[in-house]
Write a protein that binds this ligand. Structure first.
Ligand code: S3P
Length: 177
């Protein structure tokens, strides 16, 4: 496997953190979760950053966190679902290596996150409608990923296996260039 990073993008509930940890383990790479870094920097949870400082403040820390990732090698990186909307973020993320979109439908995402209080953007009367709206607005950017894995009916192990197969193909292609 080359030393290029693997960057996981996709909506809340796509499985980025779980897949990322397992994938990093299997590749012998270090796992970085930007939301975990953001929490450490702010000294508070993501819901508290949103409620006390606002989404804009969160996006600013997110942008600075992603900018600092530039130049990394041999890492699996998971970024929050909204990071990809920002052009500067997209530029850094694609420069790091393979960008992977973990895809799932709005209905499936809703099933996965409906009881999770850690997603401030979903604390509304109709979280399914909110997920659909966000997915629609972001899909264009997610679909620019180098690799898309349809996670709809797959468990985490199956997603990781599929992704490793895809990465192996790309690495061979890259090595032959
Ligand atoms: C967000 C997704 C969250 C977190 C924040 C905003 C989003 O991360 O960054 O709550 O805009 O979709 P996950 O995608 O890991 O849940």
């Amino acid at each position: 496997m080359s030393q290029r990073c693997v960057v996981l993008v996709g909506m809340m509930g796509a499985g980025k953190s779980e897949v990322g940890e397992l994938l990093a383990d299997q590749l012998g790479y270090t796992f970085i979760d930007t939301d975990t870094d953001i929490k450490k920097q702010a000294g508070k949870s993501i819901p508290r950053i949103f409620s006390e400082d606002g989404e804009e403040a969160f996006r600013k820390i997110e942008r600075a966190t992603i900018a600092r990732l530039a130049g990394n090698k041999s890492k699996v990186i998971s970024v929050g679902g909204g990071a990809i909307v920002d052009q500067a973020n997209r530029k850094v993320l694609s420069s790091l290596g393979h960008v992977v979109y973990l895809r799932a439908s709005a209905k499936e995402l809703y099933q996965r996150v409906k009881n999770d209080k850690n997603r401030p953007l979903l604390q509304t009367d109709d979280p399914l409608a909110r997920i659909s709206e966000l997915l629609e607005a972001r899909e264009f950017y997610y679909e620019q990923a180098d690799i898309t894995i349809d996670t709809e009916d797959l468990n985490v192990d199956e997603v990781v296996d599929k992704l490793i197969d895809e990465l192996a193909k790309r690495t061979i292609e890259t090595d032959m260039e």
